[in-house]
Design a protein around this ligand. Structure first.
Ligand code: ADP
Ligand code: ZN
Ligand code: ZN
Length: 768
């Protein structure tokens, strides 16, 4: 390897697909002429480590000698090996977004960039390479056989402008049985060939709906006009606070139409796969004359690849998808609007590195693209509410009513302590008389119903029947209880339990291992509710008109799509499930919604427990009363006086938000402050503790620590998961900028090196 002689030599910074965090800006390589053109966003292969093993990476910067800072010796900089030209480079905007994520969320840049590009795209799943042929400018002299001549003539008539055409199209156009004569022309130099890779995968589209667009309500018009006025006028942030069923989607659609008419594209995020089929159907129906790409986990690998490519070629189109769709490679300068529907939803937060929040990344992307962003919710996150009402960084638009013809559901809180006394038999019931009666009324009257319980499995409490013994079944690998799951095909005969944190399984013992008395199984789970509903409504079970929706029954997005389809057609009349059902579903015939226990989220050791409970109860209640008949939501709870439950029943978001903000301000909790949580993990608890203590001490010595409070290390609420002890250090700062300054300083000083044993979570949403 000889040293480059001239100063014009180019260098590139490359983020390799590794968890390394030594160089958050990437590694420097020489870009020799032989490499060809290479700029930010290009995928390259570079030698890494002593053995110069070739690894893949993405170019994050391109330049001259200025990339040789950090005391790099030009003679020792290695040359990049090759550029992967099978895919177009990532748009510059995405590379910059990745750099921001890497720095804000304290995640290695290589991991961040790798997670931006779906695996299917990186591996080229589903691509086929086609051979294209075209005429050469100056063909070799000499006489050509008339049959060969005819092929060249066919090519000229098939492609008068001389652009390359597919070899098989030419074969057909020339009436040939095989490609052989064309290949011969390629060899003799009369034709030239080129390869192009394409992805073929059909994404089945939902039935398109031909319903004419509704006349907007006054509130909808006002929102469309005031947000619409900011289209084309740079970045602006909007919160569309609209009660459930108030027609937020209609507002997004009208805004999208305006953006598309200007030749720009729209990015719409919805939580998880759950909402996609319906929202997709509505958007696809209305905007059908524009290209639409869909990106979510329910697609096959090849479909994802195809949709990603479609997004990359997007002009005046719509990209719709779950969290990671925020990384759709919409060309630079093309983005005219970003929408985040159900912005409060926690599934927007990714729970592994990079631990980004899809909503906040969306805000950043809109800011970088200079376009408006609309966050929509009936139960805005307190973060977004605070931004719109107190910090003045976002504008508030309200939809306070449902459109004419739809009524707001009536929410009734029932005290389960009283309800369970009304039952005469000695059985334990999960469904009280009030809910049973309401369900029966709705179903007998030809309506549909939704029942929610926020916990999977059968029961979550397995203990010695003798309370004085105190034995309780726990996971061997985690500090957590086990959950009974019925009917695993492997173990039909035995009751098995699963740990929801590490997936370990155990068999329920017949006798207490400590005192040999019997075993008692208590607690709630969707399987147990299903069993009870089956007893109450045997006819539904017989007709196959009842379905359970949780991650145990819905293996893929396609399963969910199918079940919702059957619910929409009325074949399924009673839908039971976890919070998947609380998200945005819009079915006019749902007359009753039941919440089995509003308490499941309320008792979590997390400062957002109240907020979550309020959101869950309000959202699921909002699924009913969307048609002619009024809706009724029955909320069972052991804590009927709990503030979030009362507020949800009164449908008083603002009252709840004001009260909850007072608590957050008083205790210095987000969104009044900014929080980062660092979890230190090790098989040995003392090692995890030592790591945490060392980091906490070092953090407190950093310049810039003064504004922030570094809390003492403490065990996480779940102190062990999968055999690793977990010790956390919380950092509280008055502003995001203060927090960033401290984290960046800690990272540069090697105090926080994200990886196997250190997980940094900036703006965490779950604190277990
Ligand atoms: P949200 O997302 O706010 O919960 P949706 O967008 O799902 O509400 O709208 C609820 C229902 O109201 C949908 O079926 C939608 O087609 C209908 N809808 C929306 N706007 C109007 C309107 N202006 N007039 C009549 N129906 C409307
Ligand atoms: Zn476990
Ligand atoms: Zn016992």
């Amino acid at each position: 390897m000889s040293a480059p002689a001239t100063s014009s030599v180019a260098y590139i910074r490359v983020a390799v697909e590794r968890g390394m965090d030594r160089y958050p800006d990437g590694l420097t390589y020489r870009a020799d002429d032989a490499l060809g053109e290479v700029g930010p966003g290009a995928r390259v292969e570079v030698p890494l480590g002593r053995g110069d093993r070739p690894v893949a990476g993405v170019v994050v910067a391109h330049g001259g000698k200025e990339l040789l800072d950090r005391g790099l010796d030009a003679r020792r900089v290695k040359a990049a090996l090759r550029v992967d030209r099978s895919q177009p480079p990532l748009p510059l905007g995405l590379v910059q977004l990745a750099q921001w994520i890497s720095s804000y969320y304290c995640a290695p840049i290589g991991v961040t960039l790798a997670s931006i590009t779906p695996a299917a795209v990186r591996k080229g799943v589903g691509s086929v390479t086609r051979l294209l042929v075209s005429l050469v400018p100056s063909p070799p002299g000499g006489k050509l056989h008339p049959k060969r001549r005819a092929i060249l003539d066919a090519l000229v008539s098939a492609s008068p402008d001389g652009s390359p055409i597919d070899i098989d199209s030419l074969r057909e156009a020339s009436g040939l049985a095989t490609r052989a004569p064309i290949l011969a022309l390629l060899r003799s130099g009369h034709l030239e060939g080129s390869h192009r890779s394409e992805v073929h995968a059909r994404w089945t589209r939902t039935q398109l709906d031909d319903a004419p667009p509704p006349t907007l309500t006054a509130e909808q018009s006002e929102a469309v006009e005031s947000i619409g006025a900011t289209i084309g006028a740079g970045f602006s942030q909007h919160l569309l606070f609209g009660v459930t069923g108030s027609g937020k989607t209609e507002v997004y659609l009208r805004l999208a139409e305006r953006v598309l008419a200007r030749g720009k594209s729209v990015l719409v995020l919805v939580p998880e796969i759950a909402l996609t089929p319906q929202t997709w159907g509505r958007i696809a129906s209305r905007l059908r004359s524009h290209p639409i790409a869909v990106l979510h986990s329910g697609l096959t690998q090849a479909q994802r690849h195809e949709q990603w490519i479609a997004a990359g070629q997007m002009r005046a189109g719509v990209v719709l998808g779950a969290r990671s769709a925020i990384f759709a490679p919409v060309p630079d300068g093309q983005l005219g609007l970003v929408v985040v529907d159900e912005e409060h939803d926690h599934s927007y937060k990714q729970d592994q590195a990079p631990r980004y929040h899809g909503r906040d990344v969306a805000i950043r992307r809109a800011q970088m693209s200079g376009c408006p962003i609309v966050l929509g919710s009936a139960t805005p996150s307190l973060e977004s509410w605070w931004n719109a009402t107190s910090r003045g960084v976002s504008r508030l638009h309200r939809l306070t009513h449902r459109p004419p013809g739809m009524r707001t559901p009536r929410v009734e809180v029932v005290d389960f302590r009283v309800e369970s006394r009304l039952r005469r038999d000695r059985r334990v019931h999960l469904i009280g008389p009030t809910l049973e009666h309401a369900l029966r009324g709705a179903l007998d009257g030809g309506g549909q119903a939704i029942v929610l319980l926020n916990r999977r499995g059968y029961a979550n409490w397995i203990a010695c029947a003798d309370s004085s013994c105190g034995w309780m079944m726990r996971c061997d690998h985690c500090e957590a209880g086990m959950v009974v799951h019925e009917g695993t095909p492997l173990t039909q005969m035995m009751r098995t339990t699963r740990c929801h944190h590490c997936q370990a399984m155990q068999v329920v013992p017949r006798k207490c291992p400590r005192c040999s008395k019997g075993i008692a199984i208590f607690g709630l789970g969707t399987q147990r509710v299903e069993e009870e509903l089956g007893r109450l409504f045997p006819e539904l079970v017989r007709e196959g008109a009842m379905a359970r929706v949780d991650s145990d029954t819905m293996g893929t997005g396609a399963d969910f799509h199918r079940t919702l389809g059957a619910f929409g057609r009325g074949e399924i009349r009673l839908l039971l499930g976890t919070q998947m059902l609380a998200k945005g579903l819009d079915f006019p015939n749902v007359r009753v919604v039941g919440v089995i226990s509003a308490d499941t989220a309320l008792n979590l050791p997390d400062f957002r427990a109240s907020e979550r409970t309020f959101q869950l109860v309000s959202q699921v209640s909002g699924r009913c009363g969307r048609g002619e008949s009024p809706g009724r939501a029955i909320v069972q709870t052991f804590q009927p006086d709990a503030a979030p439950i009362l507020a949800a029943a009164a449908q008083d978001y603002e009252g709840f938000a004001t009260q909850e903000m007072t608590v957050r301000l008083r205790h210095g909790l987000p969104p009044a402050t900014r929080l980062a949580r660092v979890v230190f993990r090790d098989e040995r608890r003392d090692i995890a503790e030592a790591l945490a203590t060392k980091a906490a001490v070092a953090l407190r010595l950093l310049p810039g620590h003064a504004e922030s409070a570094v809390h003492d290390p403490a065990p996480c609420p779940i102190a062990r998961i999968a055999d690793r002890s977990r010790i956390q250090v919380e950092i509280h700062s008055p502003t995001a900028a203060d927090l960033q300054r401290l984290i960046t300083a800690a990272r540069n000083a090697g105090i926080l090196v994200p990886g196997e044993s250190v997980a940094v979570d900036v703006d965490p949403v779950a604190l277990l």
